[in-house]
Design a binder for this molecule. Structure first.
Ligand code: BJW
Length: 225
């Protein structure tokens, strides 16, 4: 029982004041996914997409980690085996909470990438459609996040870790977006004990050995101790 893999989603940051996507009043109730979270939406209306991410970046800048982020950082420090922390979140609350080696499989608000030459650099607080790439000078700057139809980051490493996992935990994620929603099945295949921590059982909740319901700021510290 040495290798732990943890997958986090928007629910872990909810109590830090960052909205989730699919809860009532969440981001997808206010914006059409096709418009702001697909490459086609960005090609159609880059101003709209930049405005969406500029607002998210401003919101995230004021957010602070909660007890769940801190508890996972403590687990990483104190566990004698390996703890792989994979987040679907684009905020930096795990890092602020003291976690190292966080895999941001859906990218990060802190990054910009050139749609032309794939050069990456730290994002300014506000991005605009006519911003140019510092490497190739194309006006093709976009947020370094993973939209629908794009390949998430670090998938080779993630599947390697899931093949060796002993304990898999999914925290605050609705289990509606793949490939992350399929990680529990990979973990089961590896013979891991699987646990879901969420306000309510998720779309793939039936696949977990154990379910712990409640706000992450309470359930995660309890699970970690
Ligand atoms: C609390 C709480 C509290 C609240 N405490 N809990 C058919 C089958 C399979 C796949 C597909 C399919 N058709 C299309 C696909 C592929 C597609 C997909 O999954 N579509 C689905 C809609 C079906 N996926 C993709 O395109 C992905 N790429 C891909 O598949 O590439 C090919 C590939 C092949 C093989 C291997 C690998 C790859 C890319 C997906 C990109 C998702 N991008 C976004 C935007 C990122 C940038 C940004 O932030 O703007 O990622 S969409 C959005 O959803 C964001 C999130 O990371 C992601 C998941 O959301 P999350 O975190 O689960 O949030 P919510 O809001 O859904 O849930 C919150 C949860 O918290 C709830 O459960 C609450 O109960 C809970 N909660 N408060 C504890 N206090």
């Amino acid at each position: 029982m040495n290798n732990i893999v943890i997958l986090t989603g928007a629910g872990i940051s909810a109590e830090s004041g960052l909205g989730t996507f699919r809860d009532a009043g969440g981001l997808w109730a206010q914006h059409r996914i096709e418009d702001v979270a697909t490459p086609e939406g960005f090609a159609r209306d880059p101003d709209l997409v930049h405005a969406f991410y500029n607002a998210r970046r401003a919101n995230a800048a004021g957010a602070r980690p909660n007890a769940a982020h801190h508890a996972l950082a403590r687990l990483q420090r104190e566990w004698r085996g390996s703890v792989t922390l994979i987040t679907q979140n684009v905020d930096d609350l795990h890092e602020q909470g003291g976690s190292g080696d966080v895999m941001h499989m859906h990218g990060t608000l802190a990054g910009a990438v050139c749609g032309q030459c794939q050069h990456r650099w730290p994002a300014p607080q506000e991005m605009a459609t006519d911003d140019t790439c510092p490497a190739c000078h194309a006006p093709a700057t976009r947020p370094d996040v993973v939209w629908f139809g794009e390949m998430p980051y670090d998938m080779d490493i993630i599947y390697d870790r899931l093949a060796m996992v002993d304990i898999f935990a999914a925290i605050g994620t609705s289990g509606q977006v793949y490939p992350a929603a399929g990680f529990v099945q990979e973990a089961r295949r590896a013979g891991a004990h699987t646990v879901e921590l969420n306000l309510e059982s998720s779309g793939v909740g039936g696949l977990f050995d154990e379910t712990r319901l409640g706000p992450a700021s309470q359930s995660v510290p309890l699970w970690v101790t």
